[in-house]
Design a protein around this ligand. Structure first.
Ligand SMILES: [Mg+2]
Length: 392
């Protein structure tokens, strides 16, 4: 069996262009689907996949680990940069899809069988509608409360919000008070049994991240995400040590050794590896083993398209320390038209029952993809009040 071609299909979904990767084989009808979505880097990723094709076309697609090693090591530059790591992941996911199809088994059954009956999911406020999630002002705590109540109405038992505004390296207490007011309003609206998460988007400095973490600690968040830059391992470790709320991070890390270093300083309690950015399922399984050794939980970052979701769920059914999966359902109204999925989502609690189809269990409708061609992603930038550049 040989790989004959690697194709990319770009599907514009407003804030992101979903980059679907199709690995084609010489066996009639046998293809694999992967995803390599990387907002604002779409052309770079598509080009990188074209570069990688030189290494893997003509090879046996079922030698997944061997091909991963080739892609990571054999163009001299190790596949650690975000563009290359995402491109490798897109192909790796498709190879696992093929491996499952060849075996006639869902991917999680290739990795030892299901370790749980269902995977829990959480939503963004607004279900992934960018205006609700990213643009609701932290001065409007009531709006946070309304959106949180709406998510509960939709069946979710856990949700994530951006209640921490863009923050200069050091500011007064207004933004901290606003964050606390937003979380208080949401807690009031949904009660004590719904899990709330706050994502700082790595906006604060370690000093400000610590202030936000302390201010929100009394609200018993499920986790507190990216309280400072991911590069600041000592900042993450300091904040994780200082509060009871578990700290989550990892979505911007792209290779195994970075995760090792994060875990070694206990920079988090929840590892948010992104299966489409950390080198794919092959790398994710190694990262999961590292996390397991230190009882660090897994909650994949997954705001991308439907292949990323299917891969994150297959991974979840195979990993004991996996706690919850990020899920977006309202980013574009035609999301469900693009894909047929082998798993089922239960309306009550938004839990997912295992996929029963081979591989990742998905079929992409190329006709629907064709209706949403590449568009330049909508720009999202932050400038602080004095005009200086900030983190979005
Ligand atoms: Mg995040």
């Amino acid at each position: 069996m040989k790989i004959t071609a690697i194709e990319t299909l770009v599907c514009n979904a407003r804030m992101r262009n979903w980059v679907f990767v199709k690995v084609v084989t010489d066996q009639p009808g046998l293809i694999g689907w992967g995803e390599a979505t990387l907002e604002w880097h779409t052309r770079g990723v598509v080009g990188s996949i074209e570069d990688l094709a030189q290494l893997v076309v003509g090879e046996d697609p079922t030698r997944v680990e061997y091909l991963w090693q080739m892609m990571y090591r054999q163009h001299f530059w190790h596949g650690q940069g975000i563009v290359r790591a995402t491109a490798i992941a897109g192909i790796d996911l498709a190879l696992w899809d093929i491996a499952g199809k060849v075996a006639g088994l869902p991917c999680h059954r290739l990795w030892g069988g299901p370790v749980r009956d269902y995977v829990r999911t959480y939503c963004h406020l607004g279900g992934g509608r960018m205006e609700d999630f990213y643009k609701t002002s932290t001065a409007d705590a009531q709006r946070f409360a309304e959106l949180a109540a709406a998510a509960v109405e939709e069946g979710f038992t856990a949700m994530k919000t951006m209640a921490v505004p863009p923050t200069m390296p050091l500011v007064g207490t207004q933004s901290v008070r606003q964050a606390a007011a937003c979380v208080a309003a949401m807690r009031e609206a949904v009660g004590p049994d719904i899990d709330l998460m706050v994502d700082c988007h790595a906006r604060p400095s370690p000093a400000m991240g610590l202030q936000f973490a302390r201010a929100l600690d009394p609200f018993a968040l499920y986790f507190f995400e990216e309280p400072c830059w991911p590069e600041s391992l000592d900042g993450l470790a300091r904040i994780n040590e200082a509060v009871t709320t578990p700290i989550a991070t990892g979505e911007r890390l792209t290779y195994l050794q970075q995760f090792h270093d994060l875990f070694a300083v206990r920079g988090c309690e929840i590892c948010q590896l992104d299966i489409t950015h950390c080198g794919g399922l092959t790398a994710a399984r190694r990262i999961a083993a590292l996390a397991d050794a230190q009882q660090i939980s897994l909650a994949p970052h997954n705001p991308q398209g439907p292949v990323s979701t299917a891969a994150s769920l297959e991974f979840g059914f195979s990993q004991p320390n996996y706690i919850i999966c990020e899920a977006v359902h309202a980013d574009v109204p035609w999301r469900e038209e693009v894909v047929e999925e082998g798993f089922t989502v239960e309306a009550e609690g938004r839990i997912v029952r295992p996929n029963t189809l081979p591989g990742l269990g998905i079929e992409i409708d190329e006709g629907v993809v064709g209706k949403h061609p590449f568009q330049q992603e909508l720009l999202q930038r932050t400038f602080y009040p004095d005009g200086s550049v900030g983190d979005w």
